[in-house]
Design a protein around this ligand. Structure first.
Ligand code: ATP
Length: 237
């Protein structure tokens, strides 16, 4: 099931942010969504999560059409936006109960405890979100994205601003989640893609310029790492 995107476009005024892109993302795989600043990554993710309507084309999440089945799409999707919006005056646990209630989850106490454990928030669970470090706020963002056990996870730069230890922890968690879910994550960190992604899409100026497995991409370009491939495909000449 996962995600299916067909000739998707988004225009802001006269600017084409996403230009007729098509791709699939499948269960049990982590798809790295890469591109320079302004390439259209967040816009695509916002369409997939029903935050924005597309201008044309289609997007399906678990078989549900984002343009006319948004409730079903949102039930099946967990989203960590780039800005990681949180309620800073709420306590961590209080916030997770609040999110769980919006999904009408059963056994909420158990689910909150499980998600706190999974994201390593045990020690911080009684603090106010505003008092947490950036890395721990990011963990709360991830916790709210997975509390309803969605089939699909959309993570927009999930590890930006984390220290190396937190980075390793969060990557481990995403890798674990990717075993049973469809995960799309955007990042500017090439090593992150090499560490956790099975498949890679590179988008440049709204268009897909590469769509392959990580190994396939390295072989196709006869490179040992992703960085030179990214530069070659997205450089302005
Ligand atoms: N609400 C908006 N109104 C007008 N233009 C927008 C809006 N949101 C995004 N854009 C433009 O669309 C283009 C794609 O933006 P988007 O945020 O999708 O890129 P991105 O690949 O996520 O970039 P970054 O890596 O910097 O986060 C950019 O040129 C951006 O300025």
């Amino acid at each position: 099931m996962g995600i299916s995107v067909q000739l998707l476009s988004k225009t802001y005024g006269s600017q084409k942010a996403v230009d007729q892109i098509s791709f699939e993302a499948t269960e049990g795989k982590i798809l790295g969504f890469l591109g320079p600043n302004g390439a259209g990554k967040s816009t695509t993710m916002k369409i997939l999560t029903c935050f924005l309507p597309q201008t044309s084309g289609k997007a399906f999440v678990c078989g549900f059409d984002t343009s006319n089945d948004s409730l079903q799409v949102r039930k099946n999707i967990g989203y960590l936006p780039e800005s990681n919006p949180l309620y800073h005056d709420m306590y961590v646990k209080e916030f997770l109960y609040f999110v769980g209630n919006t999904y009408h989850l059963q056994n909420l106490k158990t689910k909150v405890e499980q998600v706190i454990l999974a994201t390593g928030l045990e020690k911080e669970q009684h603090k106010k979100i505003g008092q947490l470090s950036k890395g721990y706020k990011q963990r709360v963002g991830l916790a709210q994205a997975i509390i309803h056990d969605p089939k699909v996870l959309i993570l927009d730069e999930p590890t930006s601003g984390l220290d190396p230890n937190q980075l390793i922890e969060i990557r481990k968690l995403i890798k674990e989640l990717g075993k049973t879910k469809t995960v799309i994550l955007s990042t500017h960190i090439m090593q992150e893609v090499e560490a956790i992604c099975d498949e890679v899409i590179i988008i440049n100026k709204g268009k897909i310029v590469a769509n392959n497995t990580l190994q396939g991409l390295l072989e196709e370009h006869q490179e040992k790492s992703l960085e030179p491939i990214f530069v070659k495909l997205t450089r302005d000449v």
